[in-house]
Design a protein around this ligand. Structure first.
Ligand code: SF4
Ligand code: ZN
Length: 311
């Protein structure tokens, strides 16, 4: 009979194909916490006294992230707050927002919900209902980053923590490589340094944890999460990459780990070669947020959308 490789228990909940490790629930939760703490230490993600703002969607990744960061908050190592973005996606976003609110309330931490509609006067559904050549995720990503950055300053956060997992990171590496987007590649990593004083440092404590293990973690700890998939997710290029990576991982269980490890080794060279071209960051002439051209991407998109709405 198979037993937990840590404690010998017969109640196995996971068998890791890449390492041969088998774990019971208790050892799995303990091991995941240990791994995340080790990664955070290795990448120097937190400083004592940091105020960390969790980008909390209510999905499994951000809920697990909040659960782990809360242990630091409990021990007075960091201050913790959370922010949830409501993009305005009918029959989808509301449940996630409600779950996020309940977690923040349960833990007694400061929490803010910010709507696309209040910031830009349109929702993501409004954008997608007008003629537009870009995919929903492109608009969503740009506007979300704009809001997250602004709100981190409003909440006096010193770090922004996002729930990106191993699958997300490897998809991002592959996607940007295939698109030839070197500028974006230079920004992928456990910690995004502030290129401008208006930027807040972003950290990804879960970037070495596979999506399946995050699902198992929230299930094991009985944490309430929003399970529905965004209606726009499957139509994106990222959706295609995700499917491709999942197929590859089924046959080659270590592929995501090796891809990320290889990329992290290559990154300093890519960064060195492209630093001068991409690190200049100015302020947007329209909204004052950081951007590398006259107008930031959010303001460029906003102008296009307003023009299309008026047509
Ligand atoms: Fe936004 Fe795309 Fe994510 Fe949906 S799948 S929430 S549109 S980034
Ligand atoms: Zn702007």
């Amino acid at each position: 009979m198979k037993k937990c490789t840590q404690c010998g228990s017969k109640d196995i909940i996971i068998e890791r194909k890449h390492s041969g490790q088998r774990l019971c629930q208790k050892c799995f939760i303990k091991g995941i916490n240990k791994k995340v703490l080790k990664d955070m230490r290795k990448n120097k993600l937190l400083n004592k006294g940091d105020k960390v703002m969790v980008a909390l969607s209510g999905g499994k990744d951000s809920v697990m992230l909040l659960d782990i960061l809360y242990t630091f908050y409990e021990r007075n190592i960091i201050d913790l707050c959370a922010m949830t973005i409501d993009e305005g996606i009918a029959d989808y976003r509301k449940d996630g927002v409600d779950i996020a609110k309940r977690h923040a309330e349960r833990l007694g931490i400061e929490h803010k919900v910010v709507k696309f509609k209040d910031c830009f006067n349109f929702t993501l559904d409004d954008i997608m209902s007008i003629d537009s050549e870009r995919g929903a995720c492109t608009y969503c990503g740009v506007f979300r980053r704009w809001i997250i950055n602004r709100e981190a300053r409003n909440m006096n956060a010193t770090k922004i923590a996002t729930g990106h997992n191993l699958n997300d990171e490897t998809q991002a590496v592959l996607m940007n490589y295939l698109e030839g987007n070197i500028e974006n590649l230079t920004r992928i990593g456990p910690k995004t340094e502030a290129r401008n004083e208006k930027f807040t440092v972003k950290i990804k404590p879960l970037r070495e944890i596979p999506e399946k293990e995050i699902a198992l973690y929230v299930l094991s700890k009985e944490l309430e999460v929003h399970l529905a998939e965004c209606p726009y997710s499957s139509s994106s290029f990222r959706g295609e990459i995700k499917e491709f990576m999942n197929q590859l991982s089924n046959k080659h269980p270590t592929i995501m780990y090796s891809l990320l490890k290889g990329f992290d080794k290559m990154k300093p060279s890519i960064k060195k070669d492209f630093t001068n071209e991409f690190t200049k960051s100015k302020e947007c002439v329209e909204c004052g947020e950081p951007g590398s051209h006259g107008l930031c991407r959010a303001c460029v998109f906003k102008k296009e959308i307003y023009n299309n709405i008026q047509k």
